[in-house]
Design a binder for this molecule. Structure first.
Ligand code: NAD
Length: 464
């Protein structure tokens, strides 16, 4: 086990001050600097692919394929996309003026906030730390990164890679747990980007409120997945099992629970079982490629859910390996922890419905989810569900894939989060858009001044 020590108030203050001084030099703002730094980050990630996979294997038993697709490849794609579009995003935008402003010009200029703090969780510990950093760099900020203490090998590697790539006056890593994060949250940052749970999101927002620091909160919750009777059963089962079991269900946008139409319930459950065995074998616990649960606390938390319903499939586990078999379960009670807490593991509760309105009413009676998935071949059902529920983002006839395109901003709504990122949304999140009006001196509308004759009359004509 890699040992982490907590930072003191003095060391945290010094790290922030170092970046404040550097930001004031203005070096981080040039387009050339931003591009060079993004390139340096991509080079470092590429060069250390093996080490990254190894750290993720130790922390979470992630397979090399999962590690590459969801952590390394994801970041490389995001950097490539940002480098390709950054000139366009940074260009000041000319905007129209109104009649009262004839002769003047309006522009919106993107400027960096300054020194930013990026706090990451443990489930995709490499990617979720660096994806926001891409936005912070692209927008011209400096950044202090705080990885999760629950994935210590990845945290130590991040610290090393960032040290090898950047001057700490520009980007640095402060490792640690609650103590370090609490000290960080007491610093005069210019922006805070937090990914993690709802309860800690509230702590972050409260701390930011004290200094009026703008924030992004990427949180979690229970994401519903609906299978209509017209869905393509085979594809739906594959795509749901893929989305639920990647990273052993420890994914913020994993389908948390299923709503199956009564007519297809039994056949679909059989299809799900078939796909699980196809993907992971009869006993996933023994499958070397199957991700483990991050620690004993989460392992036992997940095992508790198994007593909240009737297990239809799976349910076996191995405490030494911290692994739980993919499990299908019918909940006993909708107010049990299984149906009120975010599961964040390979356990999939199944509910059934006759009319889609029942599902809509259920979703609307709960906190707004981070993701929603609907499998259907009926346009009217798609329209009804997407128009009458609120959720961060989601897919029709798929799971997770909306997160993997930089053209779609990613984020939550209500309890599942505030703000978005990925692609241009990351650049916008880490930028303040400064509005500037450049007035002409060639003429002057004197009717706006207090001594003007007919001033009010003119104003009334112009401002209707
Ligand atoms: P967490 O909230 O426990 O921890 C996140 C970070 O906050 C860690 O770096 C941790 O050190 C720090 N932290 C923990 N307790 C703290 C405290 N009391 N005060 C200050 N800082 C504290 O979350 P987690 O368990 O690491 O991650 C799982 C959660 O994150 C799930 O709810 C999941 O849905 C969510 N998540 C969301 C996204 C997203 O993009 N929306 C992505 C991944 C995970």
């Amino acid at each position: 086990m890699v040992q982490q020590s907590e930072h003191t108030s003095e060391s945290v203050t010094a790290a922030v001050q170092l970046q404040k001084n550097f930001f004031r030099t203005g070096q981080t703002k040039s387009i050339d600097y931003r591009k060079r730094m993004l390139q340096a980050l991509a080079d470092q990630v590429r060069k250390n692919e093996k080490e990254i996979c190894y750290a993720l294997k130790l922390d979470l038993n992630k397979s090399e394929t999962e590690a590459f697709v969801t952590e390394i490849g994801f970041l490389l794609e995001e950097i490539k996309f940002t480098l390709k579009h950054l000139d366009k995003w940074m260009k000041p935008e000319k905007v129209k003026t109104v009649k009262t402003h004839i002769g003047s010009k309006g522009i919106r200029v993107a400027e960096p906030y300054g020194v930013t703090l990026i706090i990451a969780p443990w489930n995709y510990p490499f990617q979720l730390q660096l994806a926001p950093l891409i936005g912070a760099i692209a927008a011209g900020n400096t950044a202090i990164l705080k990885p999760s203490e629950l994935t210590p090998h990845t945290s130590a590697l991040l610290s090393q890679l960032i040290q090898d790539t950047f001057d700490p006056a520009y980007v640095s890593v402060l490792e640690g747990g609650v103590q370090t994060t609490s000290i960080l949250l007491d610093q005069p940052f210019d922006y805070i980007f937090f990914t993690g749970s709802v309860p800690v999101g509230k702590i972050v927002m409260e701390a930011a409120a004290k200094r009026l620091i703008p924030i992004t909160l990427e949180l979690g919750g229970k994401s519903p997945c609906i299978v209509d009777k017209t869905a393509n059963m085979e594809l739906a089962a594959k795509r749901i099992v893929f989305g639920k079991l990647i990273n052993a269900g420890q994914t913020c946008i994993a389908p948390d629970y299923l709503f199956l139409h009564t007519k297809i319930k039994e056949t679909f459950i059989e299809e799900l079982k078939k796909v699980i065995v196809d993907f992971y074998g009869d006993n996933a616990v023994e499958n070397e490629e199957f991700t483990k649960i991050v620690n004993a606390r989460h392992f036992h938390r997940l095992k508790e859910y198994l007593s909240d319903g009737t297990v239809l499939f799976g349910g076996q586990s191995d405490e030494n390996k911290l692994k739980i078999n993919p499990t299908l379960i019918i909940p006993q009670d909708l107010s049990s922890p299984l149906m009120t807490e975010e599961i964040f593991g390979p356990i999939l509760p199944i509910l059934e419905y006759d009319h889609i309105q029942e599902v809509i009413d259920f979703i609307n009676s709960r906190p707004k989810p981070l993701a929603l998935y609907l499998f259907t071949n009926r346009d009217e059902v798609e329209k009804q569900v997407t128009e009458s529920t609120s959720f961060g983002g989601g897919c029709i006839n798929d799971t997770l894939m909306h997160i993997a395109t930089p053209y779609l901003p990613f984020g939550g709504v209500g309890e599942s989060g505030i703000g978005t990122y990925h692609g241009e949304a990351s650049f916008q999140t880490f930028s303040h858009f400064k509005s500037v009006l450049k007035q002409t001196n060639r003429f002057d509308f004197s009717f706006r001044y207090p001594n003007a004759e007919n001033g009010l009359k003119m104003m009334k004509k112009l401002m209707k």
